[in-house]
Structure formats: C-alpha cells, structure tokens
Design a protein around this ligand. Sequence first.
Ligand code: F3S
Length: 659
Amino acid sequence: MPKNLSRKILEAHLAQPSEMIPGEEIYLKVDQTLTHDINAVMTYLAFEQIGLDKTQVETSVSYLDHNLLYMDFKTPDDHIYLQSIAKKYGVYVSRPGNGICHAVHVARFGVPGKLSMGGDSHTPHGGSIGMMCIGVGGMDVATAMTGVPMRLKMPQIIKVNLTGKLRPGCSAKDVILEMLRRNTVKGGLGKIYEYVGPGAATLEVEDRVTITNMGAELGATTSIFPADEQVRKFMKSVGREDQYIELLPDEGAEYDGQIDINLSELEPLIACPHQPDNVCKVSEVEQKPVQQVLIGGCTNGSYKDIAKAALVLKGHHVHENVSCTCIVDSKQIYKQLLKDGYIDMMLDAGVRFLELACGPCCAIGQTPATNGVAVRTTNRNFRGRSGNPNALVYLVSPETAAVCAITDRFTTAEEIMGEDVKILDTIHTPELFPEDNDSLLIAPIEDQEEREKVEVVKGPNIAFLPVPDAPEQHLECRVSLKATDNISTDDITPASAEFSSMRSNIPLMSQYCYHRYDPTFAERARELGRSIIIGGENYGQGSSREHAAINPMYLGVKAVIAKSMARIHKGNLVNHGVIPMIFEDPADYDKIDQMDEIVIDNLRDQMAARVVEITDKTKGITFRAKLELSDDELAVILCGGQLRYLKNELVQRGVIKEA
Ligand code: F3S
C-alpha cells in the first residue's frame, strides 16, 4: 500500500505494537529530545531521581532561551543548574544568545526522518525539514531520556494539499492562519497535518517553519513537510547537506482526510483577540490605533521574515505612537541579516532589537499598555499571554506587522507598497549562512568518569519535584474552580519574567496558580485541601508547560472534569496524578457550580471501567464522566504519577536496581 510520509517515519520508530491504528496507543523510539529553560528544571529533577548516568537518546539539547532577563537570583540559579545538570548527563547546552530553541534545533541538529520530542508545544517547527517532532510535557521528555519508548495515541494523518503560489505580500503565516480560520484551535486534535502538493514545493524551509510551528495552535499532534529539494537547499545553507536524505510520501499515498488550499487565493490575514483562530482578512478587521508591534519570535524570526519586514520598512519611519521591536531567532541568522544590511534598514526606520530570545512572546518584557493594541508575528494571543489581561493582541505576518508599525493601523503591505510589493518575492533564504562557530553551544562530555566528577549546582530557587499520591477509593471534596471554555495553560500558570522564574519552585509558583484568571483560586484550593476543577471545551490548550498540572496537583486538585481537553495538558495531568475526566453528557457542565460538594465512591474500581459516577451532593444530582485513557495511562495515575510508574518499569527491565 502506498504510504504517506508520516506513516513511514512513525513505522521506522515503532517499538510496539506491530500495527498502527488511529486512536490506538503506539510506542515510539525517540532519537532526540529538546528542553528549554522555563520548563526544564522539573524534567531534569525527574531525570536525576531516576538514577541513570546519561541520556539514552542520540541527541538531547537543553536550550537557555526563554527568560534571559535576570530580575533577581532565580533565573540565573535555573540557568546554572541546567548547565551543570546537562554536563552531568551528556546533554548539549545552547547558551543564552544562541537563539530560540526551535530555530537553533532545526539548523544545528535537525535531520529528516528523525523523531524528536520536545518539552515545548512548538516543537513541530522541525517538521519543516521532514522530521517528526512532537511537543510533550517535561516528564515525558525525562521518560524519553531513559530510552523508554514514547507513548502516543496514533493520530489520523491529514493531507493538506497546497496548490498555487503565494502572492507578494502574503506569506506562510497567512497559510497557517487560514488553517486556523477553517479548523479552529481544536480542529487538529489527534491529527498530523502533512503538507504536500505543488504549492508545498514552492515554500522554502523558512516558510514551512511558520506553518509547522503554529500547527500547535490547531491542537495538532504535529505537522510535517516532505524532505525534498527545498530541504536539501536549507541543509546546505546551514552547512549540513551531508545529513540530508530525501523523504517523500509514496505516489498515491493514502490519508485519513484531506484539506485543499490554493495559495494564490490567500489574502493577508489577522488573528484577532483572544484566540489564534479568531481570523479575518486584514482588510476587513475593525480599525484600532496600534500601540505596539513585535516582529520575530520562533514562528516568524527567520532570515526571510526579518528581511521582508526590513524591505517594507526601508525608507519609512515607525509611527511615533508605535513601539516596534524585533527578535531575530538565532545568532547565525542575525549575522547574515547584519551582513546583508537588513538590520541597518530596520534600525534606520526606528525598530528596536531585542535579545535573541523568546522574551515578549511569553510576557518577558514589552508588555502592552492598558488596553493597548499589539500586533505580533508570534503564535498566541490568549488573554494575558502578553503580560496584560486587558491588552488586545493581533497575530499577523512579518510584512503586515512592519506596515502596521509605519501606519499605526491595520494595513497590508500592498496598500503601502503598491506594485513595489513584488520586491518582497525577491527575498530567499541565502545559499550559505555564515559558518556558525557554535561559540554558544556546549557539547556533552563523552567520558563517563569526567561526567561523574561534574558537580550539579542547585541554588535556592531549585526546589523539589512534588510527587502525587495514588488516588484513594473514596473522594469527597468541593469544586475549587468552575472554568469556561478554552482555558489555556497561560491561564493556569501565568507567563511573565516574574512568574517564569518561579517555575523551579512549586511551593512558590503554586501560590499564583490561575492568578490572572481567578486570583482567589490558589488560596481557596489550599484551604479546601483536596478539590476538583470543572472545565469547558478544550481545557488546557496552549503551551506544553506541565506546571499547569503540577501546581493544581500541589494545591490538592485530584481531578479535572471538562467537556474536552487538549492533548499535551491531558498527558501532563496523567503524569502528575490528576485524573482527567470528560463529561459523558456535556450538558451536565451547566448543572455544577463552584464550591459544590462532590462525592465519588469506589473511585479506583470505577476508573478501571473508564466511566465514573459522580454525585453532586449540593445539587442532589448524579452524573457520569468518561476516562479516555489507555491501560498504561490508567496504570500511571493509579500508581501515583509517571515518575513512580517509570521507576517501577525500569526496575522490571533491569535498568535500575530500585524504584
Ligand atoms: Fe519562545 Fe514564544 Fe516560541 S515562548 S519557543 S518564541 S512560542
């Protein structure tokens, strides 16, 4: 049977079972892992507790790239710990200033056909070069580093057939915004999007990264392009053509569904507050004065992106009412942009360059003003994600962002440039980037004796990894929170320089759980001792941060009952012993209120049946919730979380002596 590309790569990594059926559990051998500073401390604390002497995958990389703002001792404590633990366990370190994890990873470590797991939801960025890259929680990365195959529900594989060619002034951002417009933030749940067709062949890797990166916003397991001539050219441009292999779907390959997009018909699009799928044409959006523009980030910080924005800005000035900043996504690209004069063009226009780091994308700096309108090329515009819950964040392409910076309103490049907009089509990825001397990359220590001598440095910000208790048979507690639809992990664990630096310290961070959504939650949950959360649709969407599971668990939350749940967050709840349940009848959501008293008898036995009967004593009603869990996921929760489960498994395999 002719095979699609995703199936070929998954098959090549399949540990068990022998067949891959959509919706059924599969186990995959992992080649590479990726972590970054604001999520990784928990990953490495878990790996330390397991007791292996080094990472068991081919390549593990720890990126220090998100929070480079050292407001106090906490973040430098984290970075020093992460650098020392990486040395101890054979992990590469990409130091602050090298660039944003996804961009650096694809350029320095990406190889078509490999399988990578990253503790970041935008890990699918690497799908741009025909690599299978999946975002997971930090505990899953720790698990992969032990060599244990990754657990995944086999996704459906959807063909996205691209035809035509993007018009000047339109870009890959408009392709992914069109996907979001059509499919919504939960349309990709349980799916891999495989982009093929003559239109795909016209997109360079620097275009493709925007699409695969932001596939995360669709809720997709991952997104991928073939490893074709465009990938060969990219691998050559970063000096690694020798690692290129061609990987294409077979002629006539079968898929589980198909979406058709004619690139020639796209117009510049914009995602309006406060969801990435709230998309319309730039020409149709309600006008508001723009206060802030951010160009760059991992989604749109490539050479092509910044060079196009520079050409739009050339000869213009940033409007006096607009603050315009730029984040280039890696040192290597920054050097090339400098050489080619694009940095000068932007400086002359009045753009401010920020560190090569995530920064404002996760509320580390550049928070918009009160009711401020921010236009960004990043990937998320959830309320509060920018650090200010009343800011209005709009997501666009770099060329649209640049023109908004000039005009102080929502404008397309074509409106300002007229026929000259065609000049944007002359921008291509350079044939050869300046050689990267990897001055900010620390290679792992190969020699075991040398690794054993490494001292792991733990400053006071590095607290402990809380481990959950196994669920008891009888659960009697209150509803500590009734949440609405589309709760994001940003709502649960707020982003910002201040909060990000607390992620290594759960007792401290948990005090701010749901801080921007409901500042009374943490106190209430702690006072209740044990509780459950009620959620609406798509609970836990967004960032992969497992703190959105660990913090509620630490505050005594035993279960989340929602209408539906995002994939990575559900996995994080399982890993940290919080039972994820789905309303059997979504209408029951409306009957329950915050602080209702809930009783579940024979919980452990009912969990085994995957349907749990729940009594709301306050309302005098009984309703049912489903556990959409595999046998292994169930076993993980029943034994008190993934760390306990994994250690038991490694003992059984003879890998470690005691759990
Ligand atoms: Fe960083 Fe934002 Fe990307 S936080 S990894 S630039 S989504």
